[in-house]
Design a protein around this ligand. Sequence first.
Ligand code: SF4
Length: 402
Amino acid sequence: MSSSVTTAVKAATLDKIRQALQDRPAQIAAAKQRGQKVIGWLNYFVPEEILLALDAVPIRVGTGGDEQLVDIGARYISTKNCVFVRSVVGLLGEKKDAYTPLLDLLAVDASCLQVFRLAEVVKYYFKYETAILGVPRSFAAPEGREYFRQELRSFTAELEKFTGRQLTEAKLNSAIELLAKIREALRYLYEYQAQDYANLSWREVFEIVHAGFYLDRAEYLKLLQELLAELKTLPVDKNKIPGLQPRVFLTGSQLSPGDVKLINIIEDLGGQIIGDDLWTGLSSYLDIQVAAPTVDALADGYLARVPHAALPYLDISTDSRIKKLKELLQKFRAQAVIDHTLRYCDPYTFKAGETKDILNNAGFPFLEIHTEYASSDIEAIRTRVEAFLELVRTRNDVAGGI
Ligand code: SF4
């Protein structure tokens, strides 16, 4: 079955978000002129709160889906690194996009060690200034917590020196509040999209979430709030037919801006994506509780959330990442799970088999798609996704829909 993914009535705020993105590089260039530093960051534990409180402009670095950048990156970093990492090395080396030439510094945390290696490589070959935030392997132990507090303190001191600004409690507090509101708005967006007749396609959700990697965070919050208010006023999308359009949840390796291959296939085949726990999606916006406007409290808040799969936790049956995933599947009424793993993404690929067993036992059909940024596997993926969605539809028929 094929279906249109064009929404019935378009949210006008989407165009405003697209326009804001068009305007953003020039805004950042002007901020640089005024003396603000532009800090690109990668991975999972870099707190944007610190960057904002130091008057820096944060950019979440990294695009996907571009095979050419992967090839360029592979000239500098081993081909045994995931395609995302190779592609980002290519991006940072080429500097042909709108944002990379504006970067003053690259901040990286050492959760996924492939990204840590990326930082070393781009510092060596392309002379990027870098700041590295250590992440404890023993993330659940008290000594791990203490280590991360200390790491974040020295990371903050390094950035204070680099930006020439002093961290104040008042500035940290407003950054914490601003980001908490953005996370809340994004959680609402996901809840909206999990409804049967939601008026956005997942491609649009993907675009909206990723706009927050670049836009001024206060402006982004305003746009998100406007969008959420607008969505309430739009009529339901009658193109969506619950049951016929299996409710698919995405998990696994990140899907970065530009990496739309899998999303296009699922939506073109009539699957309704209703949520994800990707670190480029909902995961980054879940469960960060910061108890006080201090660096230590920030460290505790970031460390306590669902851990990145790259951190060692060998007993998958008690892994809080899987526990959270199951909670989200229930909450969003998922009918099926597609696990997207990128080539040479060991953290997620290695865990895919066990994740499948656990979710199958919990009653969720599960499909693993192992891919890269080349277009050569599109047809093979399409065939597998099509068969999987048919299976879920048949299951829905038998169950009388969920
Ligand atoms: S977690 Fe996987 S996709 Fe992400 S940077 Fe590490 S290896 Fe690459």
